[in-house]
Design a protein around this ligand. Structure first.
Ligand code: 0L1
Ligand code: MG
Length: 258
């Protein structure tokens, strides 16, 4: 069966807009490759830009050893966070989402452009103005959060919402691989981790992102805010949950699910 990349991107955008889960693309197109999937993602990003949304920054996904093993991959994936995804009301609404999960991350605010190939973690740190805490809400558009690698890439790496914390630190002020994080729901600890869970060091994730974007002739831009990947696992959310996360040296974030 021939693939129409634009129609597949529209399929995923309408699933997000209509807040309904859909059958994974590879059920009908088992031949879909990672390269095809990034082309569909580009179409999806283009549609959102045409709708008037603005890119906050690219994000990295599947950066933990556990998620890479689960998906049987050796390289993380990337997607994009848009302005409409940034939630600052201290609340997310279940009626806007499908089956959300939350994960705790460290975000980088870029002070300079960063262009691969060959970018190192040290260069990524040198190009960063600040690091801030972030809770990412991922919400796969696929039934039961089940997908293959090409499916999730096409689906903009499950991007859905993000809540940034107010603490800002210069990257050199913290040992980012040692920054500890706890994630609790309704006062119960659900998961914890350290920055090293993100490909060894969150700055490596930014460097890898720059090098992956370079394959497409793209770069990280000054002003981009980059989600580097989950330090904790992703935890399912339900209506009524109160989520709190604490970062060592980067404060805390709390929000309610209504
Ligand atoms: O941000 C992420 O790590 C999500 C990547 C996609 C995989 C998933 O939805 O769990
Ligand atoms: Mg994430």
């Amino acid at each position: 069966m021939t693939m129409n990349n634009k129609a597949l991107a529209e399929y995923l955008v309408s699933a997000e807009t209509e807040k309904r889960e859909v059958t994974r693309i590879t059920a009908e197109h088992p031949e879909l490759t990672v390269e095809d999937a990034y082309v569909i993602q580009e179409q999806l990003v283009g549609m959102k830009l045409e709708q008037g949304y603005r890119i906050v920054g690219p994000k990295m996904g599947l950066t933990s050893r556990a998620k890479m093993k689960q998906m049987n991959v050796e390289e993380p994936i990337y997607g994009y966070i848009f302005d409409y995804m940034v939630e600052d009301s201290g609340r997310i609404s279940m009626s806007d989402l499908i089956h959300p999960k939350v994960e705790a991350e460290i975000a980088f605010i870029m002070g300079k452009d960063l262009e691969g190939p060959g970018v190192t973690g040290a260069q990524a740190l040198a190009a960063t103005d600040y690091v801030i805490p972030a809770l990412e809400i991922i919400d796969s558009r696929y039934e039961n959060f089940q997908f293959t690698l090409p499916d999730v890439i096409a689906d903009n790496a499950s991007s859905s919402r993000v809540i940034f914390g107010s603490a800002m630190r210069r990257p050199g002020e913290l040992e980012l691989d040692l920054v500890g994080v706890t994630l609790s729901i309704n006062g119960q600890l659900k998961d914890l981790g350290a920055g090293a869970a993100v490909v060894g060091h969150p700055a490596h994730s930014v460097a890898m992102l720059a090098n992956m974007l370079a394959r497409k002739g793209l770069k990280i831009k000054k002003g981009d805010i980059i989600l580097t990947g989950g330090i904790t696992g992703a935890v399912m959310l339900s209506t009524g949950d109160y989520v709190t996360a604490k970062w060592d040296g980067l404060g805390e974030i709390g929000f309610t699910v209504s």
